[in-house]
Design a binder for this molecule. Structure first.
Ligand code: ATP
Length: 581
């Protein structure tokens, strides 16, 4: 748990964490010592030795004072660490997640992230505020008491030392089970959470297929599973918590039994036994508290581990010094091999060059790797072998910021932020003037949307741009790219397969972008393909053909075959060789 806390707090707070833990352990030891001083005090009082009683009382007062100082220090330092967590953890988590490779963001991981960002953060503050003090003092104080008991009466001390393994093993055993069932409950929770989101997101599809009213079986199963896991956790946890508590009580009973036997055998005075049993009670008290907290400790441990695992994920490697862009606007793939799962390459030995300020159309069957090429240019993933160069530099050496300056992206699944239309375009270049913003909007045909909307530029677009049509969303995304003015623009025409009006705007914007930028277009429109300076025909992760429209027709290969077939059909998308057979 401490290791996870160190990871979560980050290197700059490790010193503060160490100091807090030192005060916490010091407090627990001093508390044990203060309790141990009670024995000679009681012994002296009960035997009527007033002088000795005052002396020991003085020692006890010093120990209590030191305990108070240590308690104050550890409480204040714990409080400060809890505040640091509240103030900085979300930001650190956000910064870290933003540096992770896109491959990390599976739906399961995203669900876990959102739960860790809320529950996990709360747990870290809870650990400092309520958990660490009773847990650490619940172990260290009894250990100090046991050492003191060995000094005061070795036989009773020996019983405490012998009880330690029993207490430790029962605690481990119950904590193991509680942790296991908590993990199962957490997995069931995560699944149910993901299913609820899926259910809400897919309402349109579910209703279209008449599945809205009769329920959604995967969600119901997940909710049932969650209920079962929660029930199992209760039934598995309770008996084990009771067993831990029982082990503590048994240890105390053994101490009493040995003490009584010693008195009966005249080995110690009854008065001494009373004082020693008072100390033994303080051995048992904190242990009982820890036994009661063992479930909480395991749950906190699991929460912290999950949060620490996110911080342990390796960020996308950044270069020590960003490489210089020597050929702005140029893209090059040199023998690139890449697979989302390296065992199944999606691109094999792909080499290509896109000269500055030219347009390259990438065409190919669905799943042939067109989008993957654009993702590698943006370095959403690192290649398995080969090199991707942008502006003459390896994308791995350009650094995230350097690469982002070079490339704009207009993709199929355009995501707009839940903000105004203007803010969504301004993301392209926050420092742009209003004139530049209006000009970019005009080129992409957004001005026409603005005129139609009641609040104009200030119209909120809803989460993901829900209040705009697909074509309108793409126009906003094109305006962003135009405003950014990056030397390279990557564009997926797919959603522009919309009405002719949208198509016209996108084509106009393309023409305007071509004057200033290099364009790589996942092309679905004939005018784009015909106008391209270079067409890359992808087949099964390889570039099967390349050239201009005329060159490829003259070559009479796969592209020409498709072109000829297209004249007979309305669709023009290439099909893979297998689909073709
Ligand atoms: N994030 C991902 N994780 C795993 N596999 C993926 C991922 N994205 C794409 N793939 C797989 O990689 C292959 C190439 O996908 P890609 O999206 O590049 O094809 P595409 O040519 O753009 O297809 P389309 O025209 O249908 O968009 C496909 O088999 C796809 O299933």
């Amino acid at each position: 748990m401490i290791r996870h806390l160190a990871t979560i707090l980050g290197p700059q707070h490790r010193g503060a964490l160490r100091s807090y833990l030192a005060w916490l352990v010091g407090y627990a030891v001093l508390e044990g010592l203060a309790m141990a001083f009670l024995v000679p005090v009681l012994g002296a009082v009960l035997s009527g030795d007033t002088g000795a009683a005052w002396r020991w009382l003085g020692a006890l007062a010093v120990a209590v004072l030191a305990t108070c100082v240590a308690r104050y220090q550890q409480a204040m330092q714990g409080f400060r660490l809890a505040l640091v967590t509240l103030g900085t953890l979300h930001r650190r988590l956000g910064d870290h997640v933003a540096s992770l490779p896109l491959g990390w963001f599976s739906s399961e991981k995203v669900g876990r992230l959102s739960r860790s960002a809320t529950g996990g953060t709360f747990m870290v503050t809870n650990v400092f505020a309520h958990l660490l003090t009773p847990v650490v003092s619940g172990v260290v104080t009894p250990a100090t008491v046991a050492v003191a008991m060995l000094v005061l009466d070795w036989r009773l001390g020996l019983v405490m030392v012998l009880a330690a393994p029993l207490l430790y093993l029962t605690h481990r055993w119950s904590a193991h089970w509680i942790g296991r069932s908590e993990q199962q409950r957490d997995a069931a929770d995560a699944l149910a959470g993901n299913r609820v989101v899926e259910f809400a997101r897919n309402q349109q599809t579910l209703r279209a297929f008449g599945r809205g009213a009769e329920g959604y079986a995967p969600l119901e199963e997940a909710i049932d599973g969650r209920g079962r896991a929660a029930g199992r956790m209760l039934t598995e946890t309770m008996p084990r918590l009771l067993a831990s508590g029982l082990a503590v009580q048994l240890s105390f009973a053994a101490l009493v039994a040995v003490g009584v036997a010693l008195v009966l055998g005249s080995a110690i005075e009854p008065v001494t036994l009373v004082a020693l049993l008072a100390l033994a009670a303080r051995f048992v008290g904190p242990l009982t508290e820890v036994a009661g907290l063992s479930g909480m400790v395991r749950m906190a441990g699991n929460d912290l581990r999950r949060l620490a695992e996110i911080f342990d994920e390796e960020p996308l490697a950044e270069p020590a010094a960003a490489a210089e862009v020597t050929r702005p606007g140029e893209i090059e793939f040199d023998a690139v091999r890449f697979g989302y799962d390296p065992a199944n390459p999606v691109l094999r030995d792909v080499s290509l060059r896109v000269p500055p300020r030219t347009m390259t159309a990438v065409v190919g069957a669905s799943g042939s790797g067109k989008t993957t090429i654009t993702r590698l240019i943006m370095r959403f993933f690192d290649v398995d072998s080969g090199v991707v160069r942008v502006g003459g530099a390896d994308v791995r050496e350009l650094g995230t910021a350097g690469l982002a300056e070079q490339v704009s992206l207009v993709m199929q699944d355009v995501y707009l932020f839940d903000d105004t239309l203007e803010a969504n375009i301004r993301i392209g270049r926050p420092a742009a003037t209003d004139e530049e913003l209006r000009e970019a909007a005009r080129l992409a045909g957004v001005h026409e949307i603005v005129e139609r909307l009641p609040q104009g530029w200030a119209t909120p677009v809803g989460e993901g741009g829900a209040s705009l049509s697909g074509g309108e969303r793409q126009r906003v995304s094109v305006a962003r790219a135009v405003l950014k003015g990056a030397p390279i623009v990557l564009l997926d025409e797919a959603t522009a397969a919309l009405d002719p009006e949208n198509e016209r705007y996108v084509q106009d914007a393309l023409r305007s972008l071509m004057r200033t930028s290099t364009l790589v277009v996942i092309a679905h429109k004939l005018p784009t393909v015909v106008a391209a300076d270079q067409i890359l025909v992808l087949d099964d992760g390889r570039i099967a053909e390349r050239g201009t429209h005329e060159e490829l027709l003259a070559a009479d290969g796969r592209y020409a075959e498709f072109w000829n077939r297209r004249t007979r059909s309305r669709g023009w998308r290439l099909v893979s060789a297998e689909q073709d057979r």
